[in-house]
Design a protein around this ligand. Structure first.
Ligand code: SF4
Length: 466
């Protein structure tokens, strides 16, 4: 295998990660590869031999943001660090490819999410030839390069700067086969490729052995995990669905206290996943289940493949399995053609379901997606009004829900200590509510019983129960 350099002196890498948890997991995997090549983390661009930007394409002006960061790095390189190399990874790299390299001449390496296993080799080639390197495209489902990327290490991958060691991410699949009409993911991350259960359990065990207490399994659509592995397989497998099988096996890892997963597409959400919540206490009492709209016509145009009634059916399965289940969701306002009446259906769904919190966004066209070509785009002003109305409603519900927690006893896994207020610790309840508590002894990594005493929109406050 090609190595980046023969020098024994450590090289320094600054990793900047934008966007979703998938990108955080990808950054950790790239960092793991780079550590194997004699790199250590730095937080300072002036000091970095390599700056790695792991980019996100989901929001508007994504490319503009990357170009602006590259412009600032050009100044840093000119004034303080002329030998700095710059690698751009992530979905902007995949979507823009050579065009981005033409726009920003200070990019040395450009690598798409499907090609991150090639990063060390690309850096090495850049160093030895002085030529700029580009590798984009999707993983080959035949060679399953994703497995090569993630499975070989027998030690825990490093956490990227700012991320807690207590709660870690494990990728279970890359890509998506769904093609929701607003979403760019199938174009930037390709079709779904799953890792094997053995690899995922092994990575989880390594992370738990290195101190992790909570694992979040990541995929664009975790519920369809493993269906690609079943295709063409002649081996006799479990009778359970692959994702459900995975949940039971990962939950068995000794020392793991909490297991979460995201993101779930309601279309592929089955009753067996709800049953897993009642069977496996480690799964807690919370799920993120994106609905996107409360109106069937809009859902149809989004190609979400579920109706509002089917979405409620899944909520009922979960509430029957775990009566105290807490929910969050994603919502898009101002999807092309959305009328005031259709938006009112979204408000009424939110009012009735009572999510703990929501991620609500104004629709913005992503190039290459079907909805970007719809001609009935909603005016910006209407989108802003709808977003404000939705957030106002949800803020009220969140405050009410949090205040209903006062007096309850909750099991809290503490993740970190406040840097500004030593002795103040933050953790999550089983319903994923943020809770702060004071303690003279270190609570990080501990699961404690807490009585909730106060609540506001963002967090609960509690006293430890001896
Ligand atoms: S299921 Fe999720 S990742 Fe896949 S196309 Fe739909 S929104 Fe995008």
């Amino acid at each position: 295998m090609t190595t980046i350099s023969n020098v024994t002196e450590k090289q320094k890498v600054l990793v900047e990660t934008w966007g979703c948890q998938m990108n955080v997991a990808d950054s950790e995997n790239m960092l793991e590869m780079l550590e194997g090549e004699n790199y250590v983390l730095t937080n300072d661009a002036e000091d970095a031999d390599l700056v790695l930007l792991n980019t996100c394409h989901i929001r508007e002006k994504a490319t503009h943001k990357v170009l602006s960061r590259l412009g600032r790095l050009r100044e840093t390189a000119k004034n303080h660090n002329p030998n700095m190399k710059i690698a751009v990874a992530g979905c902007v790299a995949q979507a823009e490819g050579k065009k981005l390299m033409d726009q920003a001449k200070n990019i040395d390496i450009l690598v798409g999410p499907g090609k991150i296993s090639e990063l060390p080799e690309l850096i090495s080639k850049n160093k030895t030839t002085g030529k700029r390197q580009l590798s984009v495209g999707f993983r080959d489902p035949e060679t399953k390069k994703i497995n090569k990327t993630y499975s070989q290490s027998t030690t825990a991958k490093p956490a990227i700067a700012g991320k807690t060691e207590i709660s870690r991410y494990v990728n279970i699949a890359q890509g998506c086969n769904n093609f929701c009409t607003f979403c760019v993911v199938p174009f930037t991350r390709g079709r779904e490729i799953s890792r094997t259960i053995r690899e995922i359990v092994s990575e989880t065990s390594n992370l738990v052995a290195s101190g992790a207490k909570e694992i979040t399994l990541l995929g664009q659509n975790v519920n369809s995990y493993g269906l690609d592995l079943l295709q063409g397989s002649t081996e006799e497998g479990s009778l359970r669905e692959p994702f459900v099988d995975l949940l039971y096996q990962v939950a068995d890892v000794p020392g793991l206290e909490r297991l979460r997963f995201t993101t779930s597409n309601p279309h592929d959400f089955s009753p067996s996943i709800a049953t897993a919540f009642s069977d496996l206490p480690k799964l807690g009492k919370y799920i993120h289940l994106p609905v996107q709209s409360g109106n069937d016509v809009v859902l149809e145009r989004m190609k979400r493949k579920v109706t509002v009634a089917e979405y409620w059916e899944r909520i009922d399965w979960l509430r029957k399995a775990v009566p105290e289940m807490a929910f969050s969701t994603d919502l898009i306002v101002g999807f092309p053609g959305e009328t005031d009446e259709q938006f009112a259906d979204t408000l009424s769904l939110v009012e009735k379901l009572r999510y703990s919190f929501i991620y609500a966004f104004k629709y913005s066209p992503r190039s290459g997606t079907a909805a970007a070509r719809f001609t009935d785009q909603v005016p910006e002003e209407a989108k802003t009004e709808r977003l404000n109305a939705l957030n106002l409603l949800q803020d009220r519900i969140t405050i009410e829900q949090n205040q209903n927690e006062i007096g309850n006893h909750r099991e809290v896994l503490f993740h970190y200590e406040s840097k500004k207020e030593p002795g103040v610790f933050y953790g999550r309840t089983e319903q994923f509510r943020l809770l702060r508590a004071q303690s003279e002894s270190d609570l990080v990594g501990k699961t404690m019983n807490v009585r909730v005493t106060e609540a506001n929109k963002t967090a609960l406050v509690g006293d430890l129960i001896p």
